[in-house]
Design a protein. Structure first.
Length: 372
């Protein structure tokens, strides 16, 4: 099920996103052995340095499928039971009845009911997820803060729960993935970062992908600009940032080429077993961080258009950077896109984000990239 890539159409769609207000973006689309890479706009709004398609990028929650793949590999080896209580493995981190009620699977698919820790780690986000009740001050305050993962996890576990364990719709929460990182460390006797690096990143041959240990992005990269719904005007560069505040939930640095390679191998059953992959694609309703109801599996979610094949992958944002990586269920067509501005929306009188031309332009790019 392959169709010719149209470079002119793809380049035009990319340029339209830039013209709509995105400083810079770059992408790779694959269809079988056809490969298109493109870039539009600037990597630095001050110097006008252009973006290029080979740049390394903070990919946010696109980290999550990497972490889940590492957990599922350990499950295949008998070290983790997805339906065992997390309290069995981490009794000190999730003590008492909740530790008995929340399973590993509930952490992965966000049905644990555990609250998001970020508003507690970043005080100016305490109104999260309502943008108008938040402010960007903590982003600057914590730029070089080295967070302790156990302390972050405790913030989410101790916060009022977002729901009952196992109930749907679930609520998307990074607390779940910090616990998965602790679980990987517990069962492997190493760190989650080392486990993911050795068993996923290196084994898949991803040469430009890493979980960073410091605040800098090594190699060619774009500056990344955060607007925080117009509260940072002009948007500020947050490319130098200590990512310990999210770790294996959302700190990965990668390239669009590496992401397509990873998801291509994952959907081909080359990273986890076909039965594990089938579990990844079993979805439940989950409320996203933007308040939308989505289908979420085990670290993957689908993008669907009526009458067309589903694509599977993940999106991600961090301060200033956004990414989407999607691969068709049969592995035949792939898309990975990176953008260098986040929270570009302004807020209306009710404090909700208003539609922006970038939204429609990105959606048009996704449609062209996925379906031609």
């Amino acid at each position: 099920m392959s169709s010719e890539l149209d470079p002119a159409q793809l380049n035009a769609a990319l340029e339209n996103v830039h013209q709509a207000g995105m400083p810079g973006l770059f992408a790779e689309v694959r269809d079988g052995d056809q490969v298109w890479r493109g870039a539009a706009g600037v990597a630095d709004v001050t110097t006008g340095r252009p973006v290029t398609a080979d740049m390394r990028h903070r990919v946010g929650s696109v980290t999550k499928p990497f972490t889940v793949a590492a957990v599922l590999q350990q499950a295949e080896r008998g070290r983790i039971d997805l339906d065992a209580p997390i309290g069995t493995y981490l009794p000190k981190l999730v003590p008492g009845p909740r530790g008995d009620a929340i399973t590993v699977r509930m952490l992965i698919n966000h049905t644990s009911g555990l609250a998001e820790y970020l508003p507690y780690a970043y005080p100016s986000l305490k109104g999260f997820p309502v943008p108008a009740k938040t402010g960007p001050q903590s982003l600057d305050d914590s730029r070089f803060t080295r967070f302790d993962r156990t302390e972050l996890t405790a913030m989410g576990v101790d916060a009022p729960p977002a729901g009952a364990p196992g109930s749907t719709p679930g609520v998307y929460s990074n607390t779940n993935y910090l616990l998965l990182a602790e679980l990987l460390g517990e069962v492997t006797g190493t760190t989650a970062e080392q486990c993911i690096t050795e068993n996923i990143i290196e084994r898949a041959g991803l040469r430009d992908t890493e979980l960073p240990t410091g605040p800098h992005i090594d190699g060619p990269h774009s500056q990344i600009y955060e607007s925080w719904f117009g509260m940072i005007d002009p948007p500020r560069d947050f490319s130098v940032y200590d990512m310990s505040f999210v770790g294996p939930a959302a700190s990965l640095i990668s390239t669009v080429a590496d992401l397509n390679r990873f998801f291509g191998m994952l959907l081909a059953g080359e990273i986890v077993s076909p039965s594990s992959l089938a579990q990844m694609q079993h979805t439940v309703p989950v409320v996203s961080q933007e308040g939308k109801l989505i289908e979420y599996g085990l670290g993957l979610y689908p993008m669907k258009s009526p009458g067309r094949p589903a694509f599977w992958g993940h999106g991600g944002t961090t301060w200033g950077a956004g990414t989407l990586a999607m691969t068709r269920a049969d592995g035949g067509r792939q898309l990975a896109v990176a953008v260098n501005l986040q929270r570009w929306h302004t807020l209306d009188s009710t404090g909700r984000p208003q539609p922006h031309p970038v939204d429609a332009a990105l959606e048009a790019l996704y449609q062209v990239a996925m379906y031609g």
